[in-house]
Design a protein around this ligand. Structure first.
Ligand code: PLP
Length: 398
């Protein structure tokens, strides 16, 4: 019987089991004392446990210690932070970059700082929680949430937004208009219609912000991300947000874009001014992963050949893989309990795959989500798929 308010609240939730990892990241993980094939991690390129990123982190710690001991504006900006920002700006082919301690934090910083209450924001309904939370922090009055990827809908509301854009703010300035979207949608693996969004941004005199957490290291030339994939780099009205915790392998977040935008964020962002800077080990490790990516596209290629094998085998077996265009591979199940059962049986059989259910996706759209990596061998992929197919047949999912 529930005793207090939190017991009562807990009783209403669909509880998720939080697994504990006892090994480093890689094609296998040790969980509950067992070695299982890992299809859960966002370690797309293997940088989370790469000999060179580890070496870079260790050397930096030996030289500088672990902490940075202050916010950046006081004494927390280390020379390594500037090196990292320069590398990221160069890699992303943008003018400037600002690094923060996470992708979530970076969306808060970028969106809360750039959008004022009298401005206008236009946001995809499936955007990441950190974008949604960031928008609510802005207290913006004119918020347009559009159906996922629906350009026709956006075109219809252009006249209304243009009209609002003409109404001067209390300080006499024109409202700033921001279109914000995930680059790759993390639950579906589909891409934002970036060229069409860029065109609409141009027509509105707006900026386009793209959070490419699942595209950096994966899409475009050497993993430069979705903006490179669509050949949109060099535009003065594109702002790129990203995370350093997925393909880049460690921790942190960044915003890349025109130098005046980054300069403004550095002066005004509360998350930058009031929160400590990225640790030494993470900073050094990421500088190394970017260098590896700059020098060679081999890991990105290997990732994509693993993705091709995985998707081919699963779809030939009859699984519905949704509309993914990226390594993110959903296996549609529908029923939440069935998706949890599917994942539990797979774990017992040695394959770790996360079930994804409400509130991460809509009710009735539960699924498993497989995350292939360049660290898998083709034999790892084949072995996992065999077990997934057998289990999917037993549960009558295929
Ligand atoms: C993972 C993710 C984030 C959060 O990044 P962290 O570095 O884990 O805070 C933000 N946006 C999107 C689109 C993501 O997929």
């Amino acid at each position: 019987m529930p005793q207090n308010i939190f017991h009562q609240k807990l009783a209403k939730l669909s509880l998720r089991n939080i697994p504990v990892v006892e090994s480093g990241q890689g094609p296998f993980l040790k969980i509950e004392g067992r070695k299982v094939l890992n299809f859960c991690s966002n370690n797309y390129l293997g940088f989370a446990n790469h000999p060179l990123t580890k070496k870079a982190a260790i050397q930096a710690i030996k030289k500088y210690g672990v902490g940075t001991s202050s916010v950046r504006v006081l004494i927390g900006t280390h020379k390594l932070h500037l090196d990292l920002e320069k590398s990221l700006a160069d890699f992303k082919r943008t003018q400037s970059c600002l690094v923060l301690t996470g992708g979530y934090m970076t969306n808060l910083a970028a969106i809360q700082t750039l959008i004022e209450p009298e401005d206008i924001v236009i946001s995809d309904e499936l955007n990441h929680a950190s974008i949604i939370d960031a928008i609510s922090l802005t207290k913006v009055k004119h918020k347009f949430v559009y159906p996922h990827g629906d350009i026709a809908y956006l075109k219809k509301i252009i006249p209304e937004i243009k009209k609002l854009g003409l109404i001067k703010k209390a300080d006499g300035s024109k409202p700033f208009i921001l279109i914000v979207t995930d680059g790759v949608f993390s639950m579906e693996g589909d891409l934002a219609p970036l060229p069409a969004l860029a065109k609409i941004a141009d027509e509105l005199g707006a900026y386009l912000m793209v959070d490419d957490a699942h595209g950096d290291g994966i899409l475009g030339d050497h993993g430069r991300g979705i903006v490179s994939h669509f050949h949109l780099h060099g535009r003065k009205n594109i702002i790129e947000v990203g995370t350093l915790s997925k393909a880049f392998g460690a921790l942190g977040g960044f915003v890349c874009g025109p130098s005046e935008v980054i300069a403004y964020l550095k002066q005004k962002s509360r998350q930058f001014l009031f929160s400590n800077s990225l640790g030494i080990a993470d900073t050094a490790a990421i500088i190394e992963s970017i260098q590896i990516l700059q020098q060679s596209g081999a890991l990105v290629k290997k990732l994509w050949s693993n993705v091709a094998l995985l998707k081919k085998m699963l779809s030939q077996a009859g699984f519905d893989l949704g509309k993914s265009q990226t390594p993110i591979t959903p296996l549609m199940v529908g029923d939440e309990d069935l998706s949890k059962e599917f994942s539990q049986i797979l774990k017992k059989r040695g394959v770790l795959v996360s079930p994804i259910f409400f509130p991460m996706v809509a009710k009735g759209k539960a699924r498993l989500r497989l995350m292939p990596s360049a660290s898998h061998s083709q034999a790892n992929i084949k072995k996992a798929v065999e077990i997934i197919i057998k289990t999917g047949q037993e549960l009558k999912i295929i």
